[in-house]
Design a protein around this ligand. Structure first.
Ligand code: TPP
Length: 489
């Protein structure tokens, strides 16, 4: 068996579980894998996307996977290249995304011997939660096939670590090994829930299905912006401000997905003797140890009409510039467009003000990191027919400036809206702000930065716009991407 034959059979196997896209970063040990992916591409069986930095590459892959709903694969060389995939792999684990990391390695006999660029790679992404295979040869392909099927079926990431000896590559014939692999569907049991109560439906990340349930039950729907359920007539946009005073009116709570944005929701859940938690790809949700877990739920009976009406009240106005950006973007977004929301304040303001509308909204809520947001948005843009508009904070942008490098990418139609309020505004809400000197708060929490975003955008080949007024925001909405729109309050 040559390195190339192992790589050809492996890449064909990965492609056979309906992976269309291979995301690749350059390297030597991985060359046979890359040639195999290129062979599939030349035969019209796969697409390849190259990104120089593995961390950017992996978040781009993650973005593509969440926007397309399909598994994607990544190919990297050995050593620290592998470790750079870790944040995206963790997000994929907590968000339930089949992200397949194919990591090239040296042969087993060289592990732990001081060989160049060699570390203990198999299971590096925490083998307690992320499965892996350590492939030494063709005999390991059967186990690999089973784990690939499980990864797609259970929406979970997987590491395929592959050991390659010299010679590292040859002419690839990967496409001859393609096969048809069926992924068995999971059986899902639906539980009927008695809804003759004053109940509410909460839809967190991965909360698809909540709208139908809320409408059948006649219950108000508290849907986070990236839940996939913030549309229809039962949505209560300003639920977070209303909840504070109304927790005691609520008799029953059904949660779809994983809510992460509101302390008022946490308090409500903690106040209930029992909630019903409907399974989602984001995994089990039971933060107060009071959840009855069901696989799927349907409503039986419904609340009286005045229950829903009692929640339909006008909201108070808050943070003006973020609010304008969000409401104008919501208004302009059509069915073929996408929106990406960064972690921190922006998604919380969107949670309060974004109108009920059936559009595609994404956010990394598995672990709510501020890393990899630009790259995730690029991945979403690669899978979006229309325009992708990402809205993030300035520190979030700084975290992933390297992701703006567009080398080898087809130019994404992406607008990157960066609300530059000089640091992490979210920390102003923390108790610590009241407890320490302003200089201490600035240095360790807010971290006001003075990066010249215009120069960076220009250096990276992006368009650049500065928006400081309602008119500026309006003017920027239709500019073709890639464009960096710096919003200054
Ligand atoms: C990778 C990572 N590091 C640190 C944090 C903690 N964190 C949460 S919000 C935040 C500040 C974000 O600031 P910015 O992007 O400017 O957004 P704003 O708060 O102004 O809306 C930080 C550092 C995190 N969530 N993820």
């Amino acid at each position: 068996m040559s390195s190339q034959e192992l790589a050809d059979r492996l890449i064909a196997l990965v492609s056979s579980i309906r992976v269309e896209d291979f995301f690749i970063s350059p390297g030597s040990r991985s060359q046979a894998l890359v040639l195999a992916a290129e062979n599939l591409k030349q035969n019209g069986k796969a697409k390849t996307v190259v990104r120089i930095d593995e961390r950017s590459m992996s978040f781009t892959a993650l973005g593509s996977a969440i926007a397309s709903g399909s598994p994607v694969a990544m190919i990297v060389t050995s050593g620290t290249a592998v470790a750079n995939l870790h944040p995206a792999m963790l997000e994929a684990h907590h968000a339930g995304v089949p992200l397949i990391a194919i990591t090239a390695d040296r042969p087993l006999r060289l592990r732990g011997k001081g060989s160049n660029q060699t570390t203990l790679q198999p299971g590096i992404f925490d083998q307690r939660v992320i499965d892996h295979v350590d492939l030494q040869g063709l005999d390991d392909l059967e186990e690999t096939k089973q784990k690939l099927i499980d990864s797609v079926r259970n929406s979970q990431p997987l590491q395929l670590n592959v050991c390659f000896d010299l010679p590292l590559s040859d002419k690839s014939g990967a496409s001859q090994y393609l096969q048809r692999i069926e992924i068995p569907q999971k059986e899902i049991k639906t539980t009927r829930i008695d809804c003759n109560f004053k109940g509410v439906v909460i839809a967190g990340a991965g909360g698809e299905g909540a709208r139908e349930f809320a409408e059948d039950a006649g219950w108000p729907l508290f849907a986070e912006p990236s839940s996939g359920s913030r549309f229809g007539s039962n949505v209560i946009e300003n639920y977070s401000e209303l909840l504070t005073n109304r927790t005691r009116d609520i008799q029953k709570v059904v949660v779809f997905g994983k809510p992460t944005l509101n302390r008022s929701v946490v308090k409500l859940i903690e106040s209930m003797p029992e909630i019903i938690s409907v399974a989602s790809r984001f995994g089990p949700f039971d933060i107060a140890n009071n959840a009855v877990q069901v696989q799927s739920a349907s409503a039986s009976g419904n609340a009286e009409a005045d229950w829903l009406q009692s929640w339909q009240q006008p909201r108070s106005v808050n943070d003006s510039i973020r609010e304008s950006v969000i409401t104008k973007i919501w208004d302009r977004t059509e069915a073929e467009d996408s929106v990406y929301l960064g972690a921190s304040k922006i998604i919380r303001v969107a949670d309060l003000v974004a109108p009920s509308k059936d559009i595609s909204v994404f956010s990394n809520r598995g672990l709510a990191g501020i890393d990899g947001s630009i790259s995730t948005a690029i991945g979403i843009a690669l899978k979006t027919k229309g325009m992708t508009r990402a809205i993030i904070g300035d520190l979030t942008a700084i975290h992933d400036l390297g992701g703006m490098n567009l080398t080898e990418l087809s130019l994404p139609n992406l607008q990157l809206w960066v609300v530059n309020d000089a640091g992490g505004k979210i920390f102003e809400q923390l108790e610590v702000k009241e407890e320490v000197e302003p200089e201490v708060f600035d240095k360790y929490f807010q971290t006001p930065q003075q990066v010249n975003f215009e120069k960076i955008a220009t250096a990276m080949g992006w368009g650049y716009e500065l928006a400081t007024s309602e008119q500026d925001i309006e003017h920027c909405l239709d500019i073709k991407g890639p464009v960096f729109i710096e919003v200054r309050p």
